[in-house]
Design a protein around this ligand. Structure first.
Ligand SMILES: [Mn+2]
Length: 416
């Protein structure tokens, strides 16, 4: 968005409070701004972005080839695991193995898990600087690479380049943001959800200019046609990504954890096929992202969107798959909390436990925008409420031992 547009929006929203908030007025300005920004740009307009356009196009296309190659060749791992009683701890592999929508990591080597980064390329680069690829390490990103933060394009380029450079060490999982969203939901999030959140908990930052969306970002930086072309590549890439990683150390890593209603067991095979489920694909295509996120009861939809992780849900995964500890993203404002049991009412926050929620975007990063600050602040502002206590800061996790049976605040959690 250029300065002129930002100024126009600021003018329009100036003086708006909870009492006189007028959605139609904001929409009117929104439409004017979009009209200005979304007209076809000439090549000279996008000259400064042309290197990035080509780079992102190449990375998203290359990943297609390598992903298709990687998957499907290890299906026998899943058959063997589903038959074993010890499950994941008994897995004996010496390299990353992709099986359908799952992937498996060896027991030996240090494992780094990075949570939601939401367009925050700066925080991602800060973490990458601390990784020593001359040692045997594995790096797992838990998805949600774009939206809300301000630099989704650079964030995608950064993680895709890292994966390209170190394919034997780096894995990218999908979250609930690696999907096609209609302009309706994009704008709804941009102008309504964030605005409402801001009004409930105002800070000195101006909200509409401090949230990004990858579809708007691509169109604004590359022009409408080129932006939509990359968006299409991005959406296809998101659908191909695996979404659950298991380490033979005994760790399960995923954007969130969930099961369809009335389900009380799970297998590696079901997890491996969930993103190819035609019902899931049709639902998102016909009903749209928002409806899919809230109402679709497929395994995949629940696995990446669920916000209610309970003790009994974790017990199902522990008993059926042999997982000891769980690392998830998605719940940004609970970042850094380690739970002994795993419970939506969050009464069991401990310094040691089997379940941790991590978000890896630092609120002071220039690419983080206003979103993450707001998310973390939500937890901190409720320090008097026992159920709302927690670290609520950007972090990632490290697991060094061959077998992991708990997560420890001091051994495993690092600040970004
Ligand atoms: Mn998420």
């Amino acid at each position: 968005m250029n300065m002129n547009s930002v100024e126009k929006l600021l003018q329009a929203v100036k003086g708006i409070t909870n009492e006189n908030y007028d959605y139609d007025k904001v929409c009117e300005v929104r439409n004017e701004i979009l009209k200005d920004n979304w007209k076809e740009k000439t090549l000279s307009d996008i000259a400064s972005n042309i290197g990035k356009f080509e780079e992102l196009e190449r990375l998203l296309k290359n990943d297609k080839e390598s992903n298709e190659e990687k998957c499907n060749k290890n299906v026998n791992i899943i058959e063997a695991l589903d038959k074993k009683t010890e499950k994941i701890i008994g897995l004996n592999i010496d390299e990353i193995s992709y099986c359908g929508d799952n992937l498996f990591l060896p027991k030996f080597g240090t494992l780094y898990v990075i949570g939601d980064t939401h367009g925050d390329a700066e925080s991602v680069k800060r973490i990458i600087k601390r990784l020593d690829f001359s040692k045997k390490i594995y790096v797992v990103f838990l998805g949600d690479f774009v939206n809300n933060g301000l630099n989704g394009i650079d964030n995608l380029i950064t993680v895709l380049k890292l994966e390209e450079q170190f394919p034997k060490n780096v894995v990218l999982l999908s979250g609930n943001h690696e999907f096609r969203e209609t302009y309706y939901t994009v704008l709804n999030e941009f102008f309504i959800t964030h605005w409402d959140n801001f009004m409930k908990n105002p800070t000195d930052k101006v909200p509409p200019n401090h949230y990004g969306h990858i579809r708007l970002e691509l169109v604004t930086r590359f022009g409408f046609k080129q932006g939509e072309y990359i968006y299409d590549l991005f959406v296809k890439w998101g659908r191909r990504l695996p979404y659950v990683a298991f380490s033979a150390k005994g760790i399960m890593m995923s954007h969130s954890i969930g099961l369809a209603k009335n389900k009380n067991c799970i297998s590696f095979d079901e997890l491996a096929k969930a993103k190819k489920d035609p019902i899931d694909l049709e639902y998102i295509k016909n009903r749209g992202y928002e409806d899919w996120r809230k109402n679709c009861d497929t395994l995949h939809a629940r696995m990446v969107n669920n916000n209610e992780i309970t003790k009994s849900l974790l017990n199902i995964f522990q008993n059926c798959l042999g997982v000891n500890v769980f690392v998830v993203g998605h719940r940004h404002y609970r970042s850094g909390d380690i739970h002994k049991e795993g419970n939506m009412i969050w009464t069991d926050v401990k310094s040691q436990g089997r379940f941790v929620t991590i978000s890896s975007s630092h609120e002071d990063s220039k690419d983080a925008g206003h979103y993450i600050e707001h998310e973390y602040e939500y937890t901190r502002s409720r320090k008097t409420d026992e159920q709302r206590q927690g670290r609520a800061k950007a972090c990632y996790t490290i697991f060094r031992e061959e077998t992991v049976d708990k997560i420890d605040e001091y051994d495993n959690i690092r600040d970004v």
